[in-house]
Design a protein around this ligand. Structure first.
Ligand SMILES: NC(=O)C1=CN([C@@H]2O[C@H](COP(=O)(O)OP(=O)(O)OC[C@H]3O[C@@H](n4cnc5c(N)ncnc54)[C@H](OP(=O)(O)O)[C@@H]3O)[C@@H](O)[C@H]2O)C=CC1
Ligand SMILES: CC(=O)N[C@@H](CCC(=O)OP(=O)(O)O)C(=O)O
Length: 345
């Protein structure tokens, strides 16, 4: 076992932490050596998550950065915004590498981050160094990264859908609309009134119409892809399902002769976790449940490119994509441990 990557997880009792544990339980080249929870410290992992019985002898521990750095090669933060930035300096100083599933290092501009997240950033010196963990965009930088800022779940779905169009320059930089829907696990495992079964079942609604914190992240990354400022109107909705994001994206074409299907197939020819579906397809969230696959379908409607994008918010939208980043950072095959097909039905 000595050649196994030693993995620690801060925040192992949330949904993304539980998904990291589930996926890493069968990763052939990584071993979880520590997992933290302040509320469940001392309790066996398999007591809290019965699906992991027989996979882990570990118990949850307190989040002690010095101990985690000594024990592990890489530390995942599956914590609310604000936690990773208080631990990152200590971990990097002790040569652990860090993969942050929260938003602490996603935005380049400290003032913009503070405006949207409503707190002071305490480690702004790492904002430039952090590599945005979208493997199809940043594989080369990820291979060298000490600190990875994993994308938000909605941004993953939207950015993968728009990357081929923006890189080829076939759509306008204004007037793009991303109409996105998320399952309830996107809100995390903490009880919140609006996320209860009786509040969400048999219903469907938009939210955050005044602006969502994923808006500046989406605009930042789309602008990097295009090499020019891009504005995308992003509108989220809550759907009564556990996992899954669907984004329907509308982008005004500046080149109406472009073969969009060919463009997408070429852009993702070497991407093991992007499936460009045949023309006329309607991807379903159930086709990606529990898997790292993003399924895309592209079509042209008059002067508009229409892209449908589905991911599992807990897998491609966070934990599985974070493991794909880990694989790249440590020189492993990017797909190792992630090849299981989605659960269906
Ligand atoms: N849910 C989703 O679909 C997605 C979530 N994300 C992001 O991933 C992160 C985790 O999300 P999610 O799993 O849903 O969150 P949860 O609220 O479900 O879980 C949070 C976890 O972090 C721990 N924690 C909370 N505060 C601290 C702290 N200050 N220091 C150390 N540990 C702490 C909690 O355990 P304890 O309090 O016991 O220590 C718990 O294990 C968030 O930043 C979220 O925005 C990103 C993409 C998708
Ligand atoms: C359904 C739901 O509530 N979803 C969450 C997004 C989850 C996510 O991606 O989280 P971070 O970007 O914060 O890491 C929301 O809209 O706030």
């Amino acid at each position: 076992m000595s050649d196994q990557l030693r993995v620690a997880i801060v925040g192992g009792t949330g949904y993304t932490g539980a998904e990291l544990l589930r996926l890493l339980a069968v990763h052939p080249q990584a071993e979880v050596v520590a997992v933290t929870s302040r509320q469940e410290s001392g309790r066996p992992v398999a007591d809290v998550f019965p699906n992991l019985r027989g996979h882990y002898a570990l118990s949850f521990s307190e989040p002690d950065m010095e101990a985690l750095a000594q024990q592990s090669d890489v530390v995942f933060f599956a914590t609310p915004h604000g936690a990773a930035m208080s631990g990152v300096a200590e971990l990097l100083r002790r040569d652990a590498r860090v993969i942050d599933l929260s938003a602490d290092f996603r935005l380049r501009d400290q003032a913009v981050w503070e405006q949207w997240y409503g707190q002071t950033h305490t480690a702004p010196e790492y904002l430039d160094e952090a590599v945005y963990g979208l493997p199809e965009l940043n594989a080369a930088s990820l291979a060298q990264a000490r600190l990875v800022a994993c994308p938000g779940c909605y941004p993953t779905a939207v950015e993968l859908a728009l990357m081929p169009l923006l890189k080829a320059g076939v759509v306008a930089s204004r007037g793009i609309i991303a109409d996105a829907k998320s399952g309830v696990s996107g809100a995390g495992r903490q009880a919140k009134l609006g996320m209860l079964f009786c509040e969400t079942a048999d219903s469907f609604a938009p939210y955050a119409s005044a602006g969502h914190r994923h808006q500046p992240e989406i605009d930042q990354i789309l602008s990097e892809m295009a090499g020019t400022p891009v504005q995308c109107l992003f509108q989220p909705h809550l759907t009564p399902q556990v996992r899954g994001i669907e984004a329907s994206i509308y982008a005004p074409l500046v080149d109406q002769q472009a073969d969009l299907q060919a463009l997408f197939e070429a852009a993702y020819a070497d991407a093991p976790f992007v499936d460009v579906m045949p023309p006329g397809s309607h991807p379903q969230t159930r086709s990606v449940r529990g898997s790292n696959m993003a399924r895309l379908a592209v079509t042209q409607r008059g002067d508009t490119a229409v892209v449908f994008s589905v991911i599992d918010n807990l897998a491609r939208g966070s934990s599985a994509q974070a493991i794909q980043c880990m694989n790249i950072m440590f020189g492993l095959d990017q797909a190792v441990g992630l090849n299981a097909p989605a659960m269906l039905p």
